[in-house]
Write a protein that binds this ligand. Structure first.
Ligand code: NAD
Length: 226
């Protein structure tokens, strides 16, 4: 299964180009890069803390919760997400691969230390690891490769699946968008849940057109025989 920004839309998680698009006149594409962080780590952290604060005001919705229920008792279940908001885990999902990282985690590129940033949105300092190095947001930035272990696990899950749900993603950001295609080529059935047509619509075996928070709970109910 692959989820994207659309599953969190009904939680009120803002998109890059929503209200915050004009954040202090900086474009996200110019802030979410390794170069921006090297140039001005304080500014980049200020922007990420602003985004943390926005997401902290939101809650997982019925679609996140239904996926957590769907996982119960299913050994081979794997949820791959492009979202960085952490809502799947907050809703109770356990086997989650966060392809693009997590907004609420910091990482040290020198020693690899990772740390939760929950509850630190008011801080104005650059977080440091135990050895004193500056830490960065643990997210994948423009121009960066995805973490190999996460991608491998996602790829394995997709190619071994017999049913692959694609929920709330425009399927335009690769390599995540290749996962449903890989699943399909390996013999899996692909089901798309989306409010709009996407590049995957013609590939999908079944298209469920509508809001994730309405449709995903229905899928979970049918699957659970409720
Ligand atoms: P996208 O914005 O490109 O596409 C969102 C898709 O969701 C669209 O196809 C839209 O039709 C659909 N959609 C909107 N509302 C929906 C709803 N209520 N129910 C079902 N579908 C709905 O998002 P993407 O494909 O995830 O790619 C954007 C990139 O931006 C990703 O890399 C992601 O990491 C990042 N991002 C993450 C978040 C987050 O963490 N919540 C938010 C914005 C962007």
């Amino acid at each position: 299964m692959l989820t994207g920004a659309g599953i969190s839309a009904e939680s009120g998680v803002p998109t890059f180009r929503g209200d915050e698009g004009l954040w202090k006149r900086h474009r996200p594409e110019k802030l979410a890069t390794p170069e921006a962080f090297r140039r001005n780590p304080r500014l980049v952290w200020e922007w990420y803390r602003y985004r943390q604060a926005l997401v902290e005001k939101t809650r997982p919705n019925d679609a996140h919760r239904a996926l957590a229920r769907l996982e119960e008792g299913r050994e081979g279940f794997l949820l791959v997400t492009q979202n960085i908001d952490g809502h799947h885990e907050r809703a109770g999902s356990r086997k989650v691969v966060e392809l693009h990282g997590n907004l609420f985690r910091a990482r040290c590129d020198e020693c690899g230390e990772r740390r939760s940033m929950r509850g630190e949105t008011a801080s104005t300092t650059i977080p440091r690891c135990a050895r004193g190095h500056e830490m960065r947001p643990d997210v994948v930035w423009f121009g960066e490769a995805l973490p190999v272990p996460a991608l491998e696990e996602a790829w394995k899950g997709a190619t071994q699946s017999d049913l692959f749900l694609v929920i709330g993603t425009s399927a335009q950001v690769h390599p995540a968008a290749s996962l449903p295609l890989a699943a399909k080529e390996s013999g899996s059935r692909v089901v798309e849940v989306n409010t709009a047509e996407t590049v995957l619509t013609d590939v999908a075996d079944l298209v469920l057109r509508g809001r994730a928070a309405k449709i995903v709970p229905l899928i979970a109910r049918v699957e659970k025989g409720a």
